[in-house]
Design a protein around this ligand. Structure first.
Ligand code: ZN
Length: 260
């Protein structure tokens, strides 16, 4: 798509010189995702505390994207909505023992881009203590919208809740977003929607990733949700991901993995 050659100074993607003149208001968590989850409240937190907001609060709308960039990013909003919708549906089928769509497939980069967009929107909304006057984004934080993040940056999914447990999951009527900081730098975001926790790291040092990998998997290939012999799968395609699967037992942490 040819660029417009125009930089809207209020748009966080202005550096791409592909803006339009109109600024649009966007919810910090895409409206399409919230509709899937039917959440009424969202918790926004940082290391120093958290605040709960009604999702209808106008304070959660940020004007940091021009209309052209906002509509270009609606594709990744739709993919994130599809992901959380799939997760909710899988949970319902496992709870009720019913059958349904068993395999969902995503381009992992779309999900990372959505997490990055959420990080930026929460940062600029100033609804946590992590605000642009006190904290900085990494220098290249915004360019990954065009590129894939280099290893070890990107998506992390928790593997287990306790040392010997399988991952356990449940859907919860909560939505939370927490910015991750190190010193004055915003280096990532934790987003938990409907019980599915996702982490995106865009900065950090080697030791940060070593400790995170004890409890998380980097760019997992498949999230496999099971109860008895019923298995549902959310798969991710990454050009530079891991080949690891994460098994999540529905409810019972001591469940044995299903046999083929
Ligand atoms: Zn723009």
């Amino acid at each position: 798509m040819p660029g417009t050659g125009y930089c809207n100074k209020k748009c966080v993607l202005g550096w791409t010189h592909n803006c339009c003149a109109k600024i649009s208001g966007d919810h910090i968590v895409s409206a399409s995702v919230l509709r899937v989850l039917n959440e009424q409240k969202i918790t926004i937190s940082s290391q120093s505390g958290s605040r709960e907001h009604s999702i209808r609060s106008s304070a959660l709308t940020v004007k940091k994207l021009c209309r052209r960039h906002n509509s270009a990013l609606s594709v990744i909003d739709a993919e994130a909505a599809r992901l959380f919708k799939g997760f909710v549906s899988i949970n319902a089928h496992l709870s009720e023992g019913t059958d349904g769509q068993r395999l969902y497939f995503f381009h992992g980069t779309d999900i990372e881009h959505w997490l990055l967009k959420t990080l930026l929107m929460v940062f600029y909304s100033k609804q946590s203590n992590i605000t642009p006057d006190k904290f900085q984004l990494p220098r290249y934080a915004i360019s990954p919208f065009r590129y894939e993040l280099d290893k070890p940056f990107g998506l992390y999914v928790p593997t287990q809740t306790n040392a010997n447990d399988l991952g356990r999951f449940q859907t919860e009527a909560t939505a939370s977003v927490a910015l991750i900081t190190k010193g004055p730098l915003v280096c990532g975001v934790n987003v938990t929607l409907g019980g599915l926790p996702l982490t995106l790291l865009i900065d950090g040092e080697g030791s940060d990733f070593v400790s995170l990998l004890k409890t998380h998997t980097y760019r997992p290939k498949n999230l496999l949700f099971f109860k008895n012999d019923q298995v549902f799968c959310i798969g991710f395609a990454f050009s530079n991901g891991s080949s690891s699967d994460i098994w999540f037992s529905h409810g019972d942490a001591n469940a044995t993995l299903p046999s083929n």
